[in-house]
Write a protein that binds this ligand. Structure first.
Ligand code: ADP
Ligand code: MG
Length: 248
């Protein structure tokens, strides 16, 4: 599929962001330009503290920026009011946070169903779809349990199921494989690949995880608040998860 002629799914132009004040003021995003196109997995890489999570939060509409514009599916986020932005995000964006953000007092199927309930899906249908999403990440039999009964990797998979359950056209993930072993990492990357290959959808992944780089269609490298390099990957070989023993 040619993506050159389509409008980008995400269009970040000249974005600026500082944190702190006085002598503690730091320049976190410096005239950042970045596009993500339908049909692709875009990976954003760079050293800790370079601004990756800040940029993802701005794209997800959870963090305002000081200058520049961010359009998602042609909608300029800064022009939307709070309620409209919340509805837009709920429908269009699935977000996997670095810290998972699961609700401890709810069972994991209830956690996964939250985006569906926000959209007005009935509770029985929400439960059915949540269990199917948990099945896709290998956790079907745990659906009644609370998050604290699960390992870090299992919690991460619950967060992934929650981000995918409502089939949002844009999936944004902050270090989605950090806590996963090879087998589950591979399952999750195949899920992301299916998202990116379905019409009009895209996946943006922040990652340090060199086991997954071959799944990227494009890699943007960030350093000290700037995008310093962008590389398109052609897949002469199908992407594959590199198992630990192959790296060492
Ligand atoms: N809410 C915040 N308040 C103040 N400083 C922050 C905040 N969030 C991030 N920072 C700082 O901004 C810089 C970029 O952070 P972050 O986007 O989390 O980097 P990365 O995800 O690449 O590790 C870091 O120096 C971090 O300490
Ligand atoms: Mg981060």
């Amino acid at each position: 599929m040619s993506t050159a002629v389509t409008n980008p799914v995400v269009d970040v132009r000249g974005v600026e962001k500082h944190f702190g004040s006085g002598t503690n003021r730091i320049h976190v995003l410096k005239e950042v330009d970045l596009q993500a196109h339908a049909g692709e997995i875009l990976m954003l890489v760079g050293p800790s503290g370079c601004g990756k999570t800040t940029l993802l939060s701005a794209i997800a509409g959870t963090l305002g920026v000081e200058a520049g514009s961010i359009e998602v599916f042609g909608q300029a986020l800064h022009t939307m009011s709070g309620g409209a932005l919340t509805r837009f995000r709920a429908k269009h964006i699935g977000f996997i946070f670095q810290q998972f953000n699961l609700i401890p007092t709810l069972g994991i199927a209830e956690n996964v169903g939250i985006p569906l309930l926000i959209q007005g899906v009935g509770s029985r249908e929400a439960l059915r779809r949540s269990r199917a999403a948990l099945d896709a990440v290998g956790l079907a039999d745990r659906w009644k349990e609370r998050p604290n009964k699960l390992s870090g990797g299992q919690q991460q998979r619950v967060a992934i199921a929650r981000a995918l359950v409502h089939e949002p056209p844009l999936v944004i993930c902050d270090e989605p494989t950090a806590a996963l072993d090879s087998k589950n990492g591979e399952i999750v990357l195949e899920l992301f690949r299916n998202v990116a290959r379905s019409p009009g959808r895209a996946v943006i992944i922040v990652t340090h995880d060199n086991r997954i780089f071959s799944y990227a269609d494009r890699i943007a490298r960030m350093d000290d608040g700037e995008i310093v390099e962008e590389k398109i990957q052609t897949h002469e070989q199908p992407p594959r998860f590199i198992h630990e023993h192959a790296i060492h």
